[in-house]
Ligand binder design. Structure first.
Ligand code: KIV
Ligand code: NA
Length: 270
């Protein structure tokens, strides 16, 4: 198998093949997800909640992110994995300046990431352009952006009213224009996520809780394996149901996304 690359993802997009992504935080699970056919592994700052027991992602540090990116990429190297690895820039590691952002992004790339992800629209566009121009692939993230949960007033659906939807569409276009090659859309109405996807041919939308009209899907690994500390988000499906192993559960997720059976807009879209 050849390593997943940006041209390969663009090719999948043009052929209408859905892109699959799961979060990964350690060597073994990363290797298992890779062997199950998951194309993209996101070392998300959700690790603050699922690995560290924090109550939000706000407290995750760059050092912690690098530790997990290194673990994941070592695991992939051990099995000659091919997954595309995305590292989250944690809160406070890119807000200060474009220079701070490139220092932080460089640390994640040194740890083994192929792409970095950062949250938000508006002011982030300038940062995204700065990183992309300097050769760092960037994944943007709009809708529910957990690092700003305190400002958003909780973990809730975003882009519901016309003004918010319009702003999200404008932000998405600007991010594509700045060179973002991927865009996570978290907890936005399915119709809005589809519309954004249509308007971004060069920036692949990856949905979570945003219906099935996006170019790809992502889930937090623990959620799709049915293990939780708190309550499960409504849009999650437990792929361990009926699966004899974690690897099979991940393979079932890949199949369900590729065949358009997950997510099911009739069950959990807003
Ligand atoms: O940190 C994370 O896991 C994420 C995904 C839920 C998109 O940002
Ligand atoms: Na994240």
């Amino acid at each position: 198998r050849k390593p997943v690359s940006l041209p390969r993802l663009q090719d999948m997009r043009e052929r209408g093949e859905k892109i699959t992504m799961l979060t990964a935080y350690d060597a073994t699970f990363a290797a298992v997800a890779d062997s199950a056919g998951v194309e993209c592994l996101l070392v998300g700052d959700s690790l603050g909640m699922v690995c560290q027991g924090l109550s939000s992602t706000v407290g995750v540090t760059l050092e912690t992110m690098c530790y997990h990116v290194e673990s994941v990429t070592r695991g992939l190297r051990r099995v000659q994995g091919t997954a595309w690895v995305i590292g989250d820039l944690p809160f406070g590691s890119y807000q200060e300046s474009k220079e701070q952002a490139i220092r932080s992004a460089s640390a994640l790339l040194r740890a083994g990431a192929h792409m970095i992800k950062l949250e938000g629209g508006g002011w982030t566009t300038e940062t995204v352009r700065f990183l992309v121009e300097r050769g760092i692939p960037v994944c943007a993230h709009l809708g529910l952006t957990p690092q700003t949960v305190h400002a958003l007033g909780g973990y809730r659906v975003q882009g519901r009213n016309d003004a918010d939807a319009l702003r999200l569409k404008r932000d998405a276009l600007e991010l594509q224009d700045a060179g973002a090659a991927m865009l996570v859309l978290e907890m936005v109405p399915a119709a809005l996520a589809s519309e954004v996807t249509q308007q971004l041919p060069r920036c692949h939308t990856i949905g979570i809780g945003s219906g099935n009209g996006t170019a790809g899907q992502v889930l937090v690994m623990h959620d799709m394996l049915g293990i939780h500390l708190g309550k499960t988000p409504k849009f999650v499906r437990n792929f361990m149901e009926g699966a004899p192993s974690v690897r099979e559960a991940m393979a079932a997720y890949v199949r369900a996304v590729k065949e358009g059976h997950f997510p099911d807009n009739a069950v959990h879209a807003w």
